[in-house]
Design a protein around this ligand. Structure first.
Ligand code: NDP
Ligand code: GDR
Length: 337
């Protein structure tokens, strides 16, 4: 039986990856921060909480990482833990650097010392492309991060390559474009939209207040992307791979897809911060804009080229953005029932 350790097991990807690995017969261990609310709602929702073994784990604490890696010997180590909300990283730049950057080398160095045969996956991100230097972006596109989050992830990405090249470790980086699901954190734009629209469809009257509707994202489904992570660690040689759908969509269109899934018909009016959307059927205000949700620096044209993953891993995404919006909106609608 293969064994795996997942940092960030309580997050969106951690939950989907746990389920996938359990289905493949793995013994699954996961790292959980000591926090005041020791809940595992995402693992609960997928029905896997009792099947995984949870351990105290914090990326900021070297002693804790060292003891965990020395004690629990695994075949595959997936580093999914991070301060993952880009918007907060301007308020928490040093924490983001420590967790998302230095945290990665803490793990790699412990693996190098105590478990050099363990295969390692690093959760890199399309945020590293930031002010994009070419369209679409691939593994060879020059990096130009635009947030403290992205800058820290660039360090994590390069140190993963460096340990692979310096010490021959099986260490791979997945450069993943945005992937969402009904388990997505409520602060991210897709889930914020589907939760608010579902509440409106259930009789509420609070519009969703958003920032830049013109920003575009290449959105896929988290369930497809964790399959790609696993495939990377099954290859004979470690490498870096982009996972993306190759389709980019403005935030405004995601609102429209979610609204359609809930039977709304939106009328748009105004522009910039005065733009609004109203449901023609009920007359309810659905969208408003606030400066508060604009970012100090934005990434505007993220679109990924996953050709290498398709050829080498046989990976393709199965859910498109419209199906994704529908899946999320209906799940939130059902949960509010
Ligand atoms: P989530 O925000 O859902 O999960 C993040 C996880 O990291 C949570 O389990 C959180 O624990 C844990 N965590 C945060 N800080 C620490 C810490 N100091 N020590 C230990 N654990 C910590 O993120 P996703 O599942 O969406 O993303 C997984 C990874 O992939 C992240 O690294 C993210 O940056 C990266 N990524 C995500 C993409 C996406 O679109 N989802 C795209 C590209 C990359 P807690 O439950 O206690 O908060
Ligand atoms: P992102 O996701 O920053 O791409 O990071 P997020 O959903 O937060 O933002 C996407 C885009 O939507 C615009 N936007 C808003 N965003 C939020 N959160 N709230 C709003 O009200 C709002 N209005 C407009 C943003 O400006 C942005 O352009 C996610 C995370 O999962 C990272 O960890 C991961 O690395 C990247 O995806 C790839």
């Amino acid at each position: 039986m293969k064994k795996a350790f997942i940092t960030g097991i309580t997050g969106q990807d951690g939950a989907y990856l746990s389920k996938l690995l359990l289905e493949k017969g793995y013994e699954v261990h996961g790292g959980v921060r000591r926090i005041s609310q020791p809940d595992t709602p995402r693992l609960d929702k997928l029905g896997v909480t009792r099947d995984v073994q949870l351990h105290d784990f914090d990326l900021s604490e070297m002693n804790n990482i060292y003891r965990t890696i020395e004690k629990i010997k695994v075949d595959e180590f997936y580093n999914l833990a991070a301060q993952s909300f880009v918007g907060s990283s301007w308020d928490l730049p040093i924490y983001a650097a420590d967790t998302n950057g230095v945290g990665v080398v803490r793990i790699l160095d412990c693996l190098r010392n105590f478990a050099p045969e363990t295969r390692f996956y690093q959760a890199s991100t399309s945020e590293m492309f930031g002010l994009v230097q070419e369209v679409p972006q691939s593994e060879t596109t020059r990096l130009y991060p635009r947030s403290p989050y992205g800058v820290a992830k660039v360090y994590g990405h390069y140190i993963t390559m460096n340990y692979r090249e310096s010490f021959g470790m099986h260490a791979s980086s997945g450069i993943l474009f945005n992937h969402e699901s009904p388990l997505r954190g409520k602060e991210f734009v897709t889930r914020k939209i589907t939760l608010a629209l579902a509440a409106l469809a259930r009789g509420g009257d609070a519009p969703v207040v958003l920032g830049n509707l013109d920003a575009k994202r290449d959105w896929g489904f988290a369930g497809d992307y964790v399959r790609g992570m696993w495939l990377m660690l099954q290859q004979e040689k470690a490498d870096d791979y982009v996972l993306a759908t190759g389709v980019t969509t403005p935030i405004r269109d995601f609102v429209i897809f979610a609204a359609e899934a809930l039977g709304m018909d939106l009328a748009w009016d105004g522009e910039g911060v005065t733009e609004t959307a109203t449901d023609r059927k009920t007359g309810k205000r659905v969208v408003e804009i606030s400066e508060k949700f604009f970012r100090p620096a934005e990434v505007d044209l993220l679109i990924g080229d996953a050709g290498k993953a398709r050829e080498n891993l046989g990976w393709t995404p199965e859910v498109d953005v419209r199906q994704l919006a529908e899946m999320m909106a209906k799940s939130d609608y059902d949960d509010l029932g």
